[in-house]
Design a protein around this ligand. Structure first.
Ligand SMILES: C[C@H](O)[C@H](O)[C@@H](O)C(=O)CO
Ligand SMILES: [Mn+2]
Length: 416
């Protein structure tokens, strides 16, 4: 393998790419892996509430995690087969309560996430956080923070406030900032009579949620074009949240690449936001015809997203999180494939002679730029990736899958 690595390295060096430096950068980039792939966004509340909010996890692959112990065991298995720096992204619905204890979403406390803090410390990873504004009986007429019913709106504001306090506690415990992301499903199935009032109520709710200064919390808001059952109107639209973030220092606009019209590209939005914000949080997913949240594959748009992060020197400004949930395949495999693909895309981008390519663009040498971009596609990228995995002590190729299969036989297949 080392021979293949040395040969591949030479090929890249001929184009002016510093491979060692690329690998040194890659190993430091944290990817926040969402816990919710492990149980199809079910959470630990056992409330009997179905997944709501216009999102869907489809499939019935056996062995899904049913509690904290199973979810963390599965996550640790995935972590052991993914190179580089990792974080875990939690939803509030994954609070760990004492047996018999009840705490509704507006009464959650830091102590309900103590086990997650211990888990993160044990695995030397950071945590990110999301209030959960779906799958709950206090969602009335598909509305939460924008509800005209003050009892409903207040309940969800309280939930948002709890979640920011929990995020701050976690940040202090781990010595690492926590990204706290507000996504709400609010919208209407059919043409609304009033598009402004729900947005003004959402604005008021956000102001109330963000009022408290909390150390260690990076706040962000996530827009969406539509959800299932709310096709005509989404309160938290792209323009709404971008304007909110732009006018509220310290609140960032999270880009989820499943949340736009199919021909709109998040790769193009990243540099636009970098021009105005010091941080750009991401949810990387794979939309197939809609926000289907398929497992992230090494596709052109993923590579383009990675290129925008790398060539704009924004590896520490773009906060990379994943957001997919496929219930039709082994869930641990889904985590590994999706996360490794994000990392492969970053490596692919790091192995581009970015400065030379920018120069060609500025000199209007578009023919040479096209040639170079295409030649880069067939360089021995895989040999560099395999070497990287080797240095990180994780299996480079599908050997990792044999481990997942074994775990499936030993652990997952025994779950009811
Ligand atoms: C679980 C959801 O995917 C998540 O909270 C949100 O980020 C989203 O993308 C909803 O479509
Ligand atoms: Mn998302």
């Amino acid at each position: 393998m080392e021979n293949r690595y040395e040969g591949a390295k030479r090929r890249y060096e001929e184009l002016g790419v510093d491979v060692e430096q690329a690998l040194e950068k890659l190993v430091k980039v944290p990817v926040s892996i969402h816990c919710w792939q492990g149980d199809d966004v079910t959470g630990f509340e056992n409330s009997g509430e179905a997944l709501s909010g216009g999102i869907q996890a489809t499939g019935n692959y056996p062995g899904k995690a049913r509690n904290f112990e199973e979810l963390t065991a599965d996550f640790e298995k995935a972590l052991s087969l993914i190179p580089g720096k990792k974080r875990i992204n939690l939803h509030a619905s994954y609070a760990v309560l004492e047996p018999g204890e009840r705490a509704d979403r507006n009464a959650l406390e830091p102590r309900h996430f103590e086990k997650w803090v211990e888990f993160a410390k044990r695995n030397n990873i950071g945590i990110d956080f999301n209030p959960t504004f779906f799958s709950h009986p206090m969602i009335r007429d598909n509305l939460t923070l924008s509800s005209p019913d003050e009892t409903v709106r207040r309940f969800w504001v309280e939930h948002g406030i709890c979640c920011r306090r929990i995020s701050s506690y976690i940040a202090q415990q781990l010595g690492s900032p926590v990204l706290c992301n507000v996504w709400i499903p609010d919208g209407y199935k059919d043409i609304p009579a009033d598009r402004l009032s729900p947005r003004l109520r959402l604005k008021k709710s956000l102001d109330e949620i963000f009022a408290e200064e909390l150390p260690g919390v990076i706040d962000c808001v996530e827009s969406k074009v539509f959800g299932i059952g709310m096709e005509a109107y989404t309160v938290g639209s792209a323009e709404f949240y971008l304007s909110y973030a732009a006018s509220h220092p310290g609140v960032y606009d999270l880009l989820d690449n499943g949340h736009y019209h199919p021909t709109e590209m998040v790769s193009d939005k990243i540099p636009s936001l970098l021009a105005f914000f010091d941080k750009v949080p991401l949810h990387v997913t794979r939309p197939v015809r809609w926000d289907s949240d398929h497992v992230v594959l090494l596709e052109d748009e993923l590579k383009e997203i990675a290129k925008e992060i790398v060539r704009n020197d924004a590896l520490d400004r773009v906060l990379i999180g994943l957001d997919f949930f496929d219930a039709s395949v082994n869930r641990i495999s889904a985590w590994i494939v999706g996360t490794r693909n994000m990392q492969k895309a970053l490596l692919y981008a790091l192995l581009q002679p970015a400065e030379k390519m920018k120069e060609l663009q500025d000199k209007a040498e578009f023919t040479e730029l096209m040639m170079l971009s295409e030649e880069l596609k067939t360089l021995p990228f895989g040999d560099i990736w395999e070497h990287y995995c080797d240095t990180q002590h994780v299996p480079a190729t599908k050997v990792w899958f044999e481990e997942v299969r074994q775990y499936e036989m030993d652990v997952l297949s025994r779950r009811g």
